[in-house]
Design a binder for this molecule. Structure first.
Ligand code: UFG
Length: 329
């Protein structure tokens, strides 16, 4: 069975490739290396460097390879950047997905597992958030992912395609053996930023807003270990292969941690006291996002096993300590 991983050199995609190889799938990777790293691609994967928006390139890969299913991680995914460069997000995320769907139609590939986001929900009053909640993105990134979900749904009606869309909450951690991990340039995500401060790579962590309507005034997020997240993708693939219909699932851990709580836990895990400064709110940030993942547990049989925030931060720390410059030697 041959699986195509789009964005397989990125943080989340590379973890998917490793788990697919562990489970003896044949893996084909496409990545333009805009944010991904060649070193993150598993040596057993068949790697093609190129852009999902490039129809000629995409067709050449689909002609050469027999693809039984697709995991689609290739997208820009920074909330802050999406607010200042919205068209970059529509181009890479929405137009890129259009080409992927065209290829699926042309080459008769039926199954796609798609990386969506909690950002499709925007600001919600009721926690935890179920899949049935209203979708009102507060940032361009979430809007593009919601659009991509809708594209797949319309394509399903028009031709024979089945998709599973997985709405991630905040993904963190790294593979337990420390071989691959998170390496963005610039890094903007809270846990790696905090760990870079612990390593002395940045002078301080800035807390983006202390005046939110939460217990300690800082934003609350639901953190999920990247390995648990990927386990759900493999279950979603199996679900489609077993004849499951198109579906949407939240992936989170059903527990919320504030920015200040993450900082405190990181200080305990690393044993390092680093500087923290209070800053302004970041544009586009909802105050609280906590998932209900009951549906994924029930329908996919998903059983996340690394739900402790200490373990998530510890695995991330293991990667950062041993790769202080990421994939750069
Ligand atoms: N934060 C800080 N300081 C920092 C970095 C982040 O205070 O230096 C805060 C943010 O304001 C936010 C929280 O930490 O309240 C988490 O921020 P991240 O940037 O780590 O993550 P986001 O919640 O913004 O976004 C993540 C993914 C998105 C996804 C979203 C869904 O990066 O792809 O979760 O909630 F859409």
């Amino acid at each position: 069975m041959s699986i195509l991983v789009l964005g397989g050199a990125g943080y989340i995609g590379s973890h998917a490739v490793y788990q697919l190889v562990d489970q003896n799938f044949r893996v084909v990777v496409i990545d333009n290396l805009q944010t991904g790293h060649r070193e993150a691609v598993h040596p057993k994967a068949n790697f093609y460097e190129g852009d999902i928006r490039d129809r000629v390139f995409m067709r050449s890969v689909f002609e050469r390879e027999t693809i039984d299913g697709i995991l689609h991680f290739a997208a820009n995914s920074l909330v802050g950047e999406s607010m200042t460069e919205p068209l970059k997000y529509f181009d890479n995320n929405v137009y890129g997905t259009q080409i992927v769907l065209e290829m699926m139609k042309e080459f008769g590939v039926k199954h796609i597992v798609f990386s969506s986001t909690a950002a499709v929900y925007g600001e919600q009053m009721v926690m935890p958030i179920t899949e049935a909640a209203d979708k009102n993105p507060t940032n361009t990134y979430g809007e593009t992912k919601l659009t991509m979900e809708k594209m797949m749904s319309w394509c399903e009606k028009a031709f024979d395609l089945k998709y599973v869309s997985l709405r991630y909450f905040n993904v963190a951690g790294a593979r337990g053996d420390g071989q691959i991990g998170e390496d963005h340039n610039p890094e903007t995500h809270l846990i790696p930023v905090v760990l870079e401060a612990a390593l002395g790579k940045r002078p301080a962590v800035t807390v983006f807003g202390e005046d939110y309507d939460t217990e300690d005034g800082t934003c609350v997020r639901d953190y999920i270990h990247v390995e648990d997240l990927i386990a759900a993708h493999l279950l979603a693939l199996k679900y489609l292969q077993n004849g499951g219909g198109s579906n949407v699932f939240n992936l989170g851990s059903n527990q919320g941690f504030s920015v200040k709580e993450i900082i405190e836990t990181a200080k305990q895990v690393t044993g390092i006291e680093f500087s923290v400064v209070m800053g302004e709110r970041r544009s586009g940030d909802p105050s609280t996002l906590i998932a209900s993942s009951e549906k994924a547990k029930h329908v996919l049989g998903w059983n996340p096993s690394r739900t402790s925030i200490r373990e998530i931060i510890r695995d991330a720390w293991n990667w950062h300590q041993h790769h202080p410059n990421g994939y750069q030697k």
